[in-house]
Ligand binder design. Structure first.
Ligand code: ADP
Ligand code: MG
Length: 566
């Protein structure tokens, strides 16, 4: 720090305000730390300032350095009132008392208090005063120092807080010398390993490392010390009473001021319970998966089994309708046939959803006519639309490829599910189906209706199995709440996205997008089911079937049997 000397300012005739004057740049003129020297011209570098208190006149001389510490302009003399004004209000009475006592008892003192600097910052000041006797052994002066010990106190507080944190931590925090001897041991370590700090400090690291773990542990230690990157270690530790605990250990190097490595700090966390819970959870999860698979397999088998007699019921009731029947008998037979078909639809939906959930549904990959598929699905739903007097408008953009590769029947099922919902939940107006291209090989199909709509917050739930907007839906519209779940799962299986927007009372728009490779133009559709893995899935295709994932061996569901209009 550079020192400048300049003449002391002349004494002010009247007390001047002490606050607010910035003292930076004020000369560190004297501020001798040496007691008895008084405010001299000596000017030590540091946090000391000096003062000289004439007890006879009760006035003080402050050195420039003292003034600088307090953040005021050099000022002489300083009255006791002026000095007290620079004391933190909460400490003011204490300082006044110390000064008063020193004055009456004429004894030295040492006092620590908080000061308020001119710029508003709070300092911790240590004030020391010594009595200087005159020739008659009376005490005419008190000489003293004021030192700014704010940084020291702050560091001490930080250290104390850190020590509290270390000690109150449940983690075992320890430090070791480079040769692996414990140097510190916090309360968390006492709790976890069972040794007190006295027992552990000075002992080698192996105190808590089971024999079988030592090789791995030493390797981790060596790596760390050689500055190789190490990850935290999940390991086993030995407690004083011979138990083993699973511990996650994180180690870091302790570096000294000269950047030398002087030791290793470790934080160990007991994860025994965590590990046990994890194992239980994994077991429970495996059980749940197994149970769910069992359920899905059961449902799939059941629905499959029920389909055979249901086909009988439907077939026979149709035969029955071809015979001579009375009007009553005909009406009964028609009801049997209709109920049979309804039931068949529900069973097909349950079969689909359980197969999908059991991971057993496989899509086939073959060339199919995309335009016809869309039109066919709409035609199936069109009967119902016509019966309700609804317009069903289908538009396929010109750039939507005619022939594509994929599972046309499942695609038809998705469209049919969405279009029949649109028709079912619309009383008047129109249902519009739009197919367009949404990217290189991406097609987007949108089904917009002017129907009852869905509350926005309920919209995403509708894609869950067995979910309908509310309890009255089944009563009023029928259905099982499986159609959207199946559509979502199928679109997922095809690697696409599905979504909806809706406004209650206004209508809904359901949409989905798929990567769909165009098949060779003009070529007849390949009839060979193909596996759509990287190599085999591309046969006959102009573009690869990019986003259709994990297609397995194909099964060929008969759409007429499978498709759900529910
Ligand atoms: N276009 C639509 N307009 C209004 N609500 C719809 C529409 N599509 C689906 N929903 C709501 O979503 C529910 C689930 O549909 P879905 O899974 O097809 O089951 P389901 O048709 O058997 O009721 C329906 O019950 C209905 O509440
Ligand atoms: Mg439906």
């Amino acid at each position: 720090m550079g020192r400048s000397h300049r003449p002391r300012q002349p004494a002010q005739p009247a007390p001047q305000p002490l606050r607010g004057g910035a003292a930076n740049g004020a000369s560190d003129r004297d501020a001798s730390a040496a007691l008895g020297a008084g405010p001299s011209t000596a000017d030590p570098v540091g946090r000391f300032g000096s003062w000289d208190w004439d007890l006879t006149t009760d006035t003080m001389q402050w050195s420039d350095r003292t003034c600088q510490i307090f953040g005021i302009q050099p000022l002489t003399p300083v009255t006791r009132e002026q000095m007290l004004e620079l004391v933190h209000p909460q400490d003011r009475a204490g300082v006044a008392e110390v000064l008063a006592t020193a004055r009456t008892t004429r004894r030295g003192f040492s006092h620590e208090y908080r000061a308020l600097r001119g710029d508003g910052t709070v300092l911790v000041i240590e004030l020391n005063g010594e009595v200087v006797l005159d020739a008659g052994q009376r005490a005419p002066r008190l000489l003293g120092t004021a030192s700014d010990i704010t940084d020291r106190r702050r560091a001490e507080t930080e250290r104390r807080n850190l020590a509290t944190v270390l000690d109150s931590s449940d983690d075992a925090i320890t430090t070791c010398s480079l040769d692996g001897v414990f140097l510190t041991w916090n309360r968390g370590a006492e709790k976890l390993y069972g040794y007190t700090a006295e027992e552990a400090i000075g002992q080698p690291l192996d105190l808590i490392i089971p024999l079988g773990e030592r090789a791995k542990d030493h390797l981790n230690w060596e790596r760390l010390i050689n500055d190789e990157p190490v990850r935290s270690l999940e390991t086993v530790r030995l407690t004083k009473d011979g138990r083993t605990v699973v511990v996650a250990v994180t180690r870091s190097l302790i570096i000294d001021a000269t950047r030398g490595v002087i030791g290793v700090a470790s934080v160990g966390r007991d994860i025994t319970e965590h590990k046990r819970a994890q194992a239980l959870l994994a077991a429970a999860h495996a059980d749940a998966v197994a149970a769910s698979e069992l359920k899905s397999r059961f449902l799939a088998n059941m629905s499959h089994e029920i389909r055979t007699p249901m086909n009988g019921v439907i077939g026979i009731s149709e035969l029955l309708l071809d015979t001579d029947l009375s009007a009553d008998q005909r009406s009964y037979a028609e009801q049997i046939a209709r109920s049979g078909e309804d039931m068949m639809r529900i069973i097909n939906d349950i079969l689909d959803i359980s197969k999908i959930e059991a991971g057993q549904l496989e899509l086939e990959v073959r060339d199919f006519n995309l335009h016809e598929t869309i039109e066919h699905a709409c035609a199936l739903a069109g009967l119902e639309a016509r019966a309700k007097g609804l317009a069903l408008d289908v538009q396929i953009a010109a750039d939507v490829p005619r022939r594509a590769q994929g599972d046309g029947q499942r695609l038809c099922q998705v469209i049919l599910n969405l279009v029949s919902n649109a028709v079912k939940f619309t009383q008047q107006g129109a249902v519009k189906v739009r197919a367009s291209r949404a990217g290189h090989a991406r097609i987007r199909i949108e089904i917009a209706d002017t129907g009852i709509g869905i509350e926005p917050h309920a919209l995403h739930r509708m894609f869950e199995p067995f979910t309908q907007a509310d309890a009255s839906t089944t009563r009023r519209y029928g259905g099982t709440g499986l159609g959207l779940a199946i559509a979502r799962d199928l679109v997922d299986l095809m690697g696409g996205r599905i979504g909806a927007e809706s406004q209650p009372g206004q209508g809904s728009t359901f949409w989905f997008e798929l990567e769909m490779a165009a098949a060779d133009n003009g070529e007849p559709a390949s009839q060979t089911p193909a596996r759509a893995n990287a190599s085999a899935g591309r046969q006959g295709a102009a573009a690869p079937l990019e986003l259709v994932p994990e297609l397995g061996r194909s099964v060929a569901p008969v759409f007429g049997e499978q498709a759900s209009a529910g």
